[in-house]
Design a protein. Sequence first.
Length: 378
Amino acid sequence: MTTPWGELELSRFPEDPRDRLRAWDASDAYLLRHLAEERIPLSGTVVVVGDRWGALVTALAAHRPTQITDSYLSQEATRANLARAGVEAGAVRLLTTQDPPPGRIDVLLVRVPKSLALLEDQLLRLAPAVHEGTVVVGTGMVKEIHTSTLRLFERIIGPTRTSLAQQKARLVLCTPDPALERPANPWPYSYDLPDGIGAASGRTVVNHAGVFCADRLDIGTRFFLQHLPGTDGSRRVVDLGCGNGVVGTAVALADPAAEVLFVDESFQAVASAEATYRANGVPGHAEFRVGDGLAGVAPGSVDVVLNNPPFHSHQATTDATARRMFTGARRALRPGGELWVIGNRHLGYHVQLRRLFGNSRLIASDPKFVVLKAVKRG
């Protein structure tokens, strides 16, 4: 990536030679050009929110910025990109969306997220640290910035306008209003599940902002909950890509002897899963882990993996995440262990499962979804 301060070599995490997606886009470059052209002072506390692969903080590392991200993978990409650029350890402060934010912010740079709820939550958390002189600039591709996006900045920070588009990217320029009366933060959000979905019927779900379908039970998960495998006690089960944790919690409710591991690369998701589990007073044993799928799980140590893989990486549609999840599951499963997957019919996961496991069985289907099972042989 070309920046006003030189060239940067950037990559996503984990690095995959087959992945042709870049670790930056035109909106990152536009924001950096704006900072240089407008000669915005960067000597104070610079906070970068939602920096997807670390492109922004790597370019600004000389100013010792703070990065706030919901993504473990983005955080690991940032570490790798900083090291590749020769940035000294500790020059960039890496925080998650669950960490307390800095007490004062002089420059706030926001990479607009896909989730409007996550943007709302983060702006409300950061607003107390913004003062009258804070420079606030958002960035995103034109298709990512909507009227609702601008209204959030207006409602929480102050008067907002947009720049002209460049290379299909746009800036959000916001002037802080210290007298603004901000709304209360509605996140995390809780609701009770409907009846008729197995062990989780009537139970409470807790969602932090940015978690998929945070205000209701999505139809895919509802279908999955009706077709989960039975357990026979003392089994280690993984809710892989756990989201709000309702699937793993349902397993624990049905069999308190099961040991359930909740894993997601989203800090918001794992916090939601733990809150959901605790809210329902489940008596069993559970572990909650933010990470790169099952990369940190010992080979052959798992009996069942339950998975609803995402098929988007930010705005890009890709099956790369599903492939890595399936591969990680096969490695972590013991011989005879089972991977249960739910997905849209058109995604053709059965083909990948047969290629990887040598088998794939259809457990249930409806016009939109399929539940598949693959067994690790030998």
